[in-house]
Design a protein around this ligand. Structure first.
Ligand code: GLN
Ligand code: ZN
Length: 763
C-alpha cells in the first residue's frame, strides 16, 4: 500500500487572507486576537483540504517564517529581544521586521529601536527566512508552545497530524555565528533541546515527525557530515518516528549518509533528485520507509501521471508498505488553488496544477498503485490528453524566436569599448558629483496607485484615465526627488504591479494567474508569471513612461528594466526546455527594449538582476554552467549600447565573494547592491577582486521602517571607501522603496543626500 503525505501547505491563504490580516495588525487597525483567529481559520481550512492524505503536516503554518518559529521553539532569541514582556508573536515580529524608535508609539510596549534579523533566501527558492543568530554563549531552551497549540488544534479536528520541524543540522547550517564562533560547538546542547521537543511530541500522542534536513542536498564537508551522525544517533532513542526530509536537489555523495542515519524514514525529491532513488533503494536498511516526492512542488505544471506510474510501479512492487508518496517539497512554493482562476485561458489552464490539484494528482497516483490503474482510468486519460495537447500546441512554439536564438554569437554580448574608455565619456555626458546619489527604482506603491490599477483592471477606469493617474504619480516622484536633491532620478515604477509580472504581461509566451500568489517573506507575496511558450516582445514596454519622466526634469532619469535572469528566476518556467534556452529568449526581448530606450535619448539604463544569485544550483559543482549562461544572457541584454550610455544593474540580498568573477563578467558600468545590514562587509569581495567598475553599496535598509540617520550613512560610506576608491562609489538605498511609505522615505533619503554632501566636503 502506497501511503500519501504532504510536506507543507501554503499558509498565506487562497485569497492572501494571512497577508491582509498581518498588515492590518501591523498598521494598528486590528487586534492580535483577530490576527490569531485568521491564522486558526486558515489552518483549519488547509487541514480540511488535505484530509484525504494519510498524514497531514502540522506546524508548517507560520505567521512569518518557519525558521524564525524554530528559533523561538529552541529559545534562540537574539539578545536584543530577550526579556520582552509582551506576546511571543509580537516578539517574533520584532525580530522579523525591526522596530524603530519613531514607530514605537504605535506599539508602546516595543520601546526603542530593534534591528531586524537578517533575511536570506531559502535554498534555491524565492522564499526568505530569518537567519538564526548564534554566539559562543547561545543557550537553547525549549518553548514548544506554538507547536503544541497547533498540534492540539489539529487533533481536536481529527487530523492525522505529522508535526514538521527544521532539523538540527540544517538549523545550525542556515544560521550565522555573530561572533565568528564555531556553530557546531552548539550541537550537543541543541540536541538536548531537540530530544526534549521530540519527547514532548511523543507524550502528545504523535507517531511521526517530519524533520527537515534539506542541507543534505548540498555539498557537506566532513564536520557537517559528522554532525549528522552525531545528531541522529543521539535522537535515535526518541519515542517518535522520524521522517528525515530532504528536497530541492540530489543527495548524490550524501546518499550513503542519508540512507544510514538511524531514523524511521527518508523523504527524497524524486523530481530533482530522481537519480538518487535507485541507489537509495539498494542502500536503505530494510525496515525504513522511503518517501518519494513525485509531484513537483516547485512548478505549476500538471504531472505526467502515466510516466510517473511507469516508473513507480516497479518500485512499489519492491518497497511494498515502505513506499510513501508526496510532493517533492513543501507546497509553500506554489499557489493554492487553480480552481479560483476564472480568467486563465481554458487551454492553458488544462495544463496546470496548483497545490490543491497537486494533492489530487497524488491521490490518483496512490489509487493507481494501490488498486490498479483501471480504478483511475478516467483521470489518467484526461491527464494524458492535456499533456499531449500542450506538447503539440502552436502557442508554445514560435519558429521566428527559435531562429533568433540560433543566431546568437559572442559579439552580441560585447560593449564597444572597455569600461576604462567608456567611463570618461559617460562622466562627460552625465556630469555627476562625487558620491552621486540615486535610488533603486520604485517609490511607494500607495493605496491610490493600487486602487487606480484595480479600477483599471476591473474596467472602472479607462486607459487614458489610468495613464493620467500614473503620470501624476510619476510627476510626484520626480518632484520629490528634485526637492531632495538626488543626482540620478527614477520614475518610481508606479505603473508596475511587480517587477517581473509587468514585463511578462507585455511579452508573448507569458500567461498570468489572478490568484497565483506565492509567499516571498512575511506578508510579502509574489505572483510569478507563467512562462509557457517562446518569448517575444511585440511592442516597447517602458519607453513612454521613462521619456515622460525625463520630460519633467533636466536631471538624468534612469530607464528601469528587469533583466532576463531575474525574469526567468521569478517566473514559473517551462519544464519542456532547458532554463538556459528560455533565458536567452528573454535576453533578446529585453535587449530590444534597451536599444529602444537608448534611441529615445535615455542616458542611464538600469537592468535589475535581483535574482541572479538565487538561480545558483545548490551544488557548487554546477555553478559554472549556470553562471555562464546567466552572465551571457545579461550581456546580450545590456551590451548592445554605445559607450556614452551608462548601464546599471542592481542585486539584492546577495553575497558576492563566490560569484564576483561572474558579476565582473557582466560588465555593468554601475552595480548597486544590498549592504546596509552587513556593515559593508560584502564589499570585501569586490575589493579583493579589484572589481573595476562603479558600485553603489546600499546604506538604507528598506526592509525595515527604521530611518537611517546621516551620521550612520556617512560612517557606512567611509567603511565602503576603505575598500573601493571613492570616485567609483555611489550612495543609494539597499533596494526599491515600493513597500515603504512616503513619510518614511522622505526623511531617510534626506539623510542620505545630506550624508553624500558631507562626504563630498568633509568639515
Ligand atoms: N527596480 C526595482 C525596485 O526598485 C528593484 C527591486 C528589486 O531588486 N527587488 O523596486
Ligand atoms: Zn533589490
Amino acid at each position: 500500500m502506497a501511503f500519501t503525505h504532504n510536506l507543507g501547505f501554503p499558509r498565506i491563504g487562497a485569497r492572501r487572507e494571512l497577508k491582509f490580516a498581518l498588515e492590518s495588525y501591523w498598521r494598528g487597525e486590528s487586534s492580535l486576537d483577530a490576527l490569531k483567529a485568521t491564522g486558526a481559520a486558515l489552518r483549519q481550512r488547509h487541514w480540511q483540504e488535505q484530509a484525504g492524505l494519510d498524514l497531514v503536516p502540522v506546524g508548517d503554518f507560520s505567521f512569518y517564517d518557519q525558521v524564525l518559529d524554530m528559533s523561538f521553539t529552541l529559545g534562540n532569541l537574539p539578545e536584543r529581544v530577550q526579556g520582552f514582556e509582551g506576546d511571543a508573536l509580537d516578539n517574533t515580529f520584532r525580530v522579523a521586521r525591526g522596530r524603530s524608535a519613531a514607530s514605537a508609539e504605535a506599539h508602546a510596549d516595543c520601546c526603542g529601536g530593534v534591528a531586524a534579523g537578517e533575511m536570506t533566501k531559502w535554498f534555491d527558492t524565492n522564499y526568505h527566512y530569518i537567519v538564526p543568530e548564534f554566539t559562543a554563549d547561545t543557550v537553547f531552551r525549549l518553548d514548544a508552545s506554538r507547536l503544541l497549540a497547533q498540534l492540539a488544534e489539529s487533533q481536536a479536528q481529527g487530523v492525522r497530524a505529522k508535526p514538521v520541524i527544521v532539523g538540527p543540522v540544517t538549523y545550525l547550517a542556515l544560521g550565522k555565528a555573530k561572533d565568528g564562533s564555531d556553530r557546531l560547538a552548539l550541537l550537543p546542547q541543541l540536541l538536548t533541546v531537540y530530544a526534549e521537543l521530540l519527547e514532548t511530541l511523543a507524550t502528545e500522542g504523535v507517531e511521526w515527525v517530519q524533520i527537515d534536513e534539506p542541507i543534505l542536498v548540498t555539498e557537506l564537508d566532513a564536520d557537517w557530515r559528522h554532525a549528522f551522525e552525531t545528531a541522529y544517533h543521539q535522537l535515535k532513542s526518541c519515542r517518535v518516528k522520524l521522517l528525515l526530509a530532504t528536497y530541492f536537489g540530489q543527495l548524490a555523495e550524501n546518499q550513503y549518509l542519508a540512507a544510514n542515519l538511524p531514523v524511521a524514514g527518508l523523504h527524497v525529491d524524486a523530481i530533482n533528485g530522481r537519480d538518487d532513488v535507485l541507489p537509495l533503494i539498494g542502500l536503505l536498511p530494510a525496515h525504513k520507509v522511503l518517501s518519494l516526492g513525485v509531484i513537483n512542488g516547485r512548478n505549476i505544471w500538471k504531472t505526467d501521471l502515466t510516466t510517473v506510474l511507469d516508473w513507480l510501479e516497479p518500485l512499489a512492487e519492491r518497497l511494498g508498505d515502505r513506499l510513501w508518496i508526496a510532493p517533492s517539497c513543501s507546497l509553500l512554493h506554489v499557489p493554492v488553488d487553480l480552481a479560483s482562476e476564472e480568467k486563465l485561458d481554458p487551454e492553458l489552464k488544462s495544463w496546470l496544477a496548483f497545490a490543491r490539484q497537486k494533492l489530487d494528482e497524488l491521490a490518483v497516483l496512490a489509487t493507481a498503485l494501490n488498486q490498479g490503474r483501471a480504478a483511475v482510468a478516467e483521470p489518467l486519460a484526461a491527464n494524458q490528453a492535456a499533456l499531449a495537447a500542450r506538447r503539440a500546441s502552436p502557442r508554445v512554439h514560435n519558429p521566428r524566436v527559435q531562429a533568433a536564438v540560433a543566431r546568437i554569437d559572442a559579439h552580441l554580448g560585447r560593449r564597444e569599448s572597455h569600461y576604462a574608455q567608456r567611463a570618461p565619456k559617460q562622466a562627460e555626458r552625465l556630469r555627476l558629483p562625487a558620491y552621486p546619489t540615486t535610488t533603486i527604482g520604485s517609490f511607494p506603491q500607495t493605496a491610490e496607485i493600487r486602487q487606480a490599477r484595480a479600477d483599471f483592471k476591473a474596467g472602472r477606469l479607462d486607459v487614458a484615465a489610468y495613464k493620467a493617474a500614473m503620470q501624476a504619480e510619476i510627476a510626484r516622484a520626480v518632484r520629490e526627488q528634485e526637492t531632495l536633491g538626488l543626482d540620478v532620478l527614477v520614475h518610481g515604477e508606479a505603473e508596475r504591479n511587480d517587477m517581473v509580472e509587468y514585463f511578462g504581461e507585455q511579452l508573448d509566451g507569458y500567461a498570468f494567474s489572478q490568484f497565483g500568489w506565492v509567499q516571498s517573506y512575511g506578508s510579502r507575496c509574489v505572483k510569478p508569471p507563467i512562462l509557457f511558450g517562446d518569448i517575444s516582445r511585440p511592442n516597447p514596454m517602458t519607453v513612454e513612461w521613462i521619456t515622460y519622466a525625463q520630460s519633467l526634469t533636466d536631471t538624468p532619469m534612469k530607464g528601469m528594466l528587469t533583466g532576463p535572469v531575474t525574469i526567468l528566476n521569478w517566473s514559473f518556467v517551462r519544464d519542456d526546455q532547458p532554463r538556459s534556452l528560455s533565458c536567452k529568449q528573454l535576453a533578446l526581448a529585453i535587449r530590444e527594449e534597451v536599444l529602444d530606450l537608448e534611441s529615445a535619448g535615455v542616458s542611464i539604463i538600469q537592468i535589475d538582476e535581483a535574482a541572479l544569485r538565487e538561480g545558483l544550483p545548490l551544488r557548487k559543482a554546477q555553478w559554472k554552467g549556470y553562471l555562464d549562461w546567466a552572465v551571457e544572457s545579461f550581456r546580450i541584454t545590456a551590451n548592445g549600447v554605445r559607450d556614452e550610455t551608462q548601464i546599471h544593474t542592481h542585486m539584492c540580498y546577495s553575497e558576492f565573494n563566490d560569484i564576483i568573477e561572474a558579476i565582473a563578467g557582466m560588465d555593468a558600468d554601475v552595480i548597486t547592491i544590498e549592504t546596509s545590514r552587513s556593515d559593508m562587509e560584502l564589499l570585501d569581495a569586490f575589493d579583493d577582486f579589484n572589481y573595476p567598475n562603479e558600485i553603489g553599496p546600499g546604506v538604507y535598509d528598506i526592509h525595515s521602517p527604521n530611518i537611517p540617520n546621516e551620521a550612520h550613512i556617512v560612517q557606512l560610506m567611509q567603511k565602503a571607501a576603505e575598500r573601493i576608491p571613492p570616485e567609483r562609489l555611489w550612495v543609494n538605498p539597499d533596494c526599491g522603496l515600493k513597500t515603504r511609505q512616503w513619510a518614511e522615505v522622505i526623511p531617510a533619503l534626506r539623510n542620505m543626500v545630506a550624508a553624500a554632501q558631507r562626504l563630498r566636503s568633509p568639515v
